[in-house]
Design a protein around this ligand. Structure first.
Ligand code: 0CM
Ligand code: SF4
Length: 316
């Protein structure tokens, strides 16, 4: 039986970013250095496949430091942690390694600097996301106000409108965040902040590629996890850019074949925490059913790399 033709538009850049790559390597290095078990506070990156692979090598994933014994090393995830977490680990004399992405650490430093200058902080982010919890946790309780939407900006109660600064989560929608920043600047003209926002290069580039790909595709799949903020934003960006069906899939088994009946073009991308093997698994599943031609939709080239410490040092 002949297979129907399908053009697959493959977004570039897609998949692993420099921060994810570094965080995974840090866990692997810790396992080599200290042997199993090594504890990891929170999923090192938001991907079950990555986590399961590290579990098989001897990593133990927990949500809180309280769930770790004193005498085994613990690694903090790429999303960052409140200041109280390393402080507690030090108090318990634990070996800990911080795998926070340097681009998240940069936001932590910004927030601390504004606070030292006497400015009240507003964070644009999603409530409950570990990165938001980590960034807000750089300052004393109650010092950072969270806004999630333009509507929140209208009701946020600040100490002094003349002494304000903002930071953002790194994995937000570029367009939605621009609207929130504009609303903040309209209500608080003196507010201080980054040039645009703190969204990272990887988030920005993956959204740009989706914007180029989505209008050409009958349907679009984003390989990524439901708890991955940057992956979920890619689905939203795809739908907003005009793709009639944009869906998140963790791997090939999640594909809803019935929903895809009759398509002639398909866009595929992957969140910053999704390994390329899962992208290939999804493409292969389409090859089983269609005569697939792959076309790359490349909107940027990335060469960002973050150094992994050569030796994992135990904090003094
Ligand atoms: O922040 P997000 O939920 O997108 O995390 P992730 O693990 O899916 O992606 C990488 C990162 C960071 C910080
Ligand atoms: Fe760092 Fe951005 Fe990757 Fe998050 S998505 S780990 S901020 S490079």
């Amino acid at each position: 039986m002949t297979k129907p033709p399908l053009t697959v538009y493959l977004a570039a850049p897609r998949g692993f970013c420099a921060g994810v790559d570094r965080a995974i390597k840090i866990v692997e290095m810790a396992l080599e250095k200290w042997g199993a078990p090594v504890f990891v506070r929170h999923e090192i990156v938001h991907n079950k496949f990555v986590v399961d692979d590290l579990k098989a090598k001897g990593a133990v994933f927990v949500e809180e430091l309280d769930d770790c014994p004193n005498d085994r090393p613990v690694i903090f995830s790429a999303h960052g942690v409140p200041k109280a977490v390393p402080a507690e680990a030090a108090r318990r004399e634990m070996i800990y390694v911080d795998a926070t992405c340097p681009l998240v650490s940069k936001v932590h430093i910004e927030a601390a600097r504004h606070h030292e200058n006497g400015l009240q902080m507003i964070m644009i982010g999603h409530a409950g996301h570990p990165e938001t919890i980590g960034t807000m946790g750089q300052l004393p309780e109650g010092e950072v106000l969270l806004v999630e939407t333009v509507d929140d900006v209208a009701i946020v109660e600040v100490r002094d409108p003349a002494r304000l600064a903002f930071v953002t989560q790194t994995t937000l929608s570029v367009d939605d965040t621009a609207d929130i920043v504009a609303a903040l600047q309209a209500r608080f003209p003196a507010i201080v902040g980054p040039h645009k926002e703190d969204i990272c290069y990887a988030t920005t580039n993956r959204q740009e590629a989706v914007k180029a790909m989505a209008p050409m595709a009958d349907a679009m799949l984003v390989v990524g996890a439901p708890n991955s903020s940057n992956s979920r934003r890619l689905v939203e960006v795809g739908a907003k850019a005009g793709c009639a069906y944009a869906q998140l899939v963790q791997r090939a088994a999640d594909i809803d074949w019935r929903a895809l009946e009759g398509i002639a073009t398909l866009g595929i991308t992957a969140g910053a925490s999704a390994p390329e093997v899962l992208v290939n698994e999804v493409i292969d599943a389409f090859r089983d059913r269609y005569d697939v031609t792959v076309e790359l939709v490349e909107t940027a080239k990335e060469d960002v790399e973050f150094k992994v410490p050569r030796v994992l040092r135990v904090p003094a």
